[in-house]
Ligand binder design. Structure first.
Ligand SMILES: Cc1ncc(COP(=O)(O)O)c(C=O)c1O
Length: 430
């Protein structure tokens, strides 16, 4: 008789400092919130917590949209929910692509049956607004879908002019803010966004698995016309399926039908899915921590502004340190996100072996790259809980040793010294 397979021991992960493009080390306060006990789905505590989460994320997205909620799933679930809910087969969508995640928006749109118009740029650059405007004029899409910060290239597409352009050409404006929100300026209402979605695992300092999103009234109207309430949970006596317009193509997904999800989060409390309560607790804590940041005294920053300034400070210190180690930076630095830095892997260094050594010897994780950048660029994240001075300095010290052992000539202490210099220039001991 073969002996029974051994039962694995309890989860006990090794200590890691996650300094890649995400996920990053989770803020311990978020982990603690996620260990709280569940309540029933319609318990008054649960429904009032859902209301708090909506209000907190309105402040994080900087919007007054009533339709602000969580989709249960990773950031990709939020993207898919927005696109499948807005796009009917044959609808035109314009997708400017400047990295991997633009391709994802195009791919998901294609699966929705939309007519996808791609606008492509070399990775390491972003689009001038005029290029997007010309395409809007030519394509006349129903939706303009753009990634804000594309983690694959570390760059952020400026969005401030695009909302007005999209509106002028009759398009709804959607952005994927997974990598950028909380660490970079973001103004959903002021930028004219009709939809924005994100995740927790980058600047919001949480784990992946919840996708906060917000929808303008115009987006909600489009969704309401296409939404269907499934049989079995329709209100008693309702003759039809609750759809706004009988001739509108129904949303092709039940799980991601944002019309049903909105009814779950709204006063109807439609029994659509069982909310992922533990993720709800985590998402609530992520937003709460962000919004309570900074004391706001003596002209000091508060809330999202303070969090963005923290990411800018530590991102700049890391950048100075990487230059001090002799790295060449990747991409147009004038539009780089505060929280991820791309560096060219020095000649003669094996990128994947280097990353493995960094993890093995120092417990520090940095990121590889995709597509045309694979093997050429490392991505170093400074975000969320790890947008901290000690995390920056530890990573630079470990990278120096890695380079030295790989035979690269580095100025001893050059990375840490340059970062400390950047902190001193910023006048902070943070
Ligand atoms: C810009 C961007 N969009 C979407 C995603 C997909 O997120 P998830 O893996 O949480 O689905 C990522 C993940 O890194 C991202 O950086």
């Amino acid at each position: 008789m073969t002996p029974p397979a051994p039962i694995p021991g309890p989860i006990d992960p090794p200590a890691r400092l996650l300094m890649g493009p995400g996920p990053i080390t989770v803020d311990p306060r978020v982990l603690r919130a996620m260990s709280a006990q569940l309540t029933g789905q319609y318990d008054p505590y649960m429904t009032s917590t859902m209301g708090e989460v909506q209000e907190l994320y309105r402040d994080v997205f900087r919007t007054r949209n009533a339709a602000t909620l969580l989709v249960d799933g990773t950031s990709r679930a939020g993207i898919e929910a927005v696109l499948v809910s807005l796009l009917a087969p044959g609808d035109r969508v314009l997708v400017p692509i400047f990295g991997r995640f633009g391709h994802l928006l195009a791919e998901i749109s294609e699966r929705c049956g939309a007519e996808v118009h791609r606008l492509e740029r070399e990775w390491g650059t972003v689009f001038p607004a005029s290029e997007i405007e010309a395409a809007l004029r030519e394509v006349r899409p129903k939706v303009l879908a753009v990634v804000h910060g594309d983690t694959s290239t570390t760059l952020a597409q400026p969005l401030d002019e695009l909302g007005a352009l999209a509106a002028a050409h009759g398009a709804l404006f959607y952005t994927d803010a997974t990598a950028s929100l909380g660490g970079n300026a973001f103004h959903a209402d002021a930028w004219g966004l009709d939809a924005a979605s994100t995740g927790l695992q980058k600047c919001l300092a949480g784990p992946s698995g919840s996708a906060p999103l917000t929808l303008s009234e115009a987006a909600v109207d489009v969704i309401a016309a296409r939404s269907r309430v499934e049989e079995g949970i329709r209100p008693a006596g309702a003759a039809d399926d609750g759809a706004g317009e009988a001739d509108a193509a129904p949303i092709a997904s039940n799980y991601f039908d944002l019309g049903q999800i909105l009814k779950y989060w709204g006063p109807e409390r439609l029994n659509h899915h069982t909310e992922a309560t533990t993720m709800l607790y985590g998402a609530r804590e992520c937003a709460r921590i962000l919004l309570e940041e900074g004391d706001g005294h003596d002209g000091g920053l508060r809330g999202v502004d303070a969090a963005v300034a923290r990411h800018a400070l530590h991102g700049a210190a890391m950048t100075a340190g990487l230059l001090g180690l002799g790295f060449e930076l990747f991409g147009d630095q004038s539009v780089r996100m505060n929280n991820v830095i791309g560096v060219r892997i020095p000649e003669g260094v094996d990128g994947d072996a280097g990353r493995a050594a960094l993890l093995r010897d120092y417990g520090v994780e940095i990121g590889t790259s995709f597509g045309p950048l694979h093997g050429k660029v490392w991505r170093i994240g400074v975000m969320g809980y790890n947008a901290r001075r000690d995390a920056v300095l530890t990573t630079l010290a470990a990278l120096e040793q890695l380079l030295r052992r790989a035979g690269v000539r580095v100025a001893p202490g050059g990375g840490v010294d340059a970062a400390l210099g950047a902190y001193a220039d910023a006048g902070t001991a943070a």
